[in-house]
Design a protein around this ligand. Sequence first.
Ligand code: FES
Length: 509
Amino acid sequence: MDVEVPSFDTPVVSGSHTEVCVIGAGIAGVSIAHELVRRGADVIVVDDGPIAGGETARTSAHVSNALDDRFHWLESRHGTEAARIAAQSHAAAIDLIEDNAAMIGLDCEFARIDGWLVPASDRDHGELERELAAAIRCGVAVEKLDSPFPFHRGAALRFRDQARFQPVAYVRGLAAAIIAQGGQIHCGLHVDAIEPGRPLGVRLRGGGVIWAKHVVDATNATITSMVRFPIRQAPYRTYVIAIEIAPGSTLDALLWDTADPYHYVRLAGDRLIVGGEDHRTGHGSDPSYHWNALEEWTRQRYPETGEVVARWSGQCMEPADGLAFIGKNPDLEGVYVVTGDSGNGLTHATIGSMIIPALIEGRDHPYAALYDPGRSTLRSVSTIVREALSSNYPYLDWIGRGDVTDPVDIARGEGAVIRRGVHLIAAYRDPHGVLHECSARCPHLSGVVSWNAAEKTWDCPCHGSRFDPLGRVLNPPAVSDLPAAPAHDEKPQPTEPRTPTERRPRHVR
Ligand code: FES
């Protein structure tokens, strides 16, 4: 059945009171709001972009309880019982997505399929054995079989009851159900700050306020904790291509390998969705390099593929101990968070819709302790230190020369960082040739942003804040735009680029 999706661009009445205000209309925020409304709560959802317009639209939609961080690694950090609960919670999330889609009568192409973990090389068979043993200890339905993929001879692990679906269609369906049951969703509203108190004040850009007894921060990287989560999770970019493939020429299954970074593949009709090439945000090469590497990897294994029809990239938040942070924000009374997707964002978000409504109702939940945002991450201190070094290394950019020395070297539709005295400028030349400048200083904790040529955004390599080409904030933890460029008395910049952008590589690993 088709779902009629209402417009979400209606303005909220400033001074509105609600029981719960959910910030973020991606899969996490909308799933949590849907569950709350279903239980009779009064809910307002706000987002500064469209429904499911952030990372939800960029996922490759592997829905799996075979966790990215592998069960043997999770066991080593958290113990077998905790890893078992993690597996159980992600399986429950898959069930809930299936149930929600059926309850609403939603055609979001949900299908149960197998997931296959294949070794990237002969040397990785030990890794396969370790993961098989750990997954069995964690109660996962897994078996070692001969690989069904022609490009890989030998053993592989088959995980039963995984799934795929269309997350944007699913989230829009849930959003329509929220409206039908009396909830409110308002897009185009940017939240500047949460004012502590009872009720909490959700301060909107432009001066409005929503008063709420509880606030759910479902903004992906959180806007309600400037330090706690940014130092416990690290932002990674990942790349995806969609490539034509003859119908029936490959298995309808999820596939991922043991490479580091690993590759992940699924079928979507007559297209193969292939992802991988992950790297710390702001540390990668030209995105064409990553997309071309994915294409080459794909053609070597799937010779029957045709044209590449789409390419995009997304951002994952990798928590140091491999588990999302879902529950009460220890830094702000009355606020709940869901962050740290760890490459399993669709299921982590859905687990949020089980835990957070229970906590808001004053009840405990069997998964709450595992994902407690206030938990100790001391067992993962080596990962925190390693990622902190990566987060802080980009501060050296403050003494660097920038990407280019002259704005004429910036091609149309591209951006680059330029040094001007003690200042670093984020300069973007629009498709008409007009140069736009703002400060390259990230308003979160003063990292230097770098140009993301794949998504045409400014990305902060420190903790993952992202900004559009004109410096408007897209992703937290920053909540405000890039500052205005400092005034200077140099003559106006020419509007025509000299050549395509030439830049020095920064932090290429
Ligand atoms: Fe933290 Fe930019 S995201 S300094």
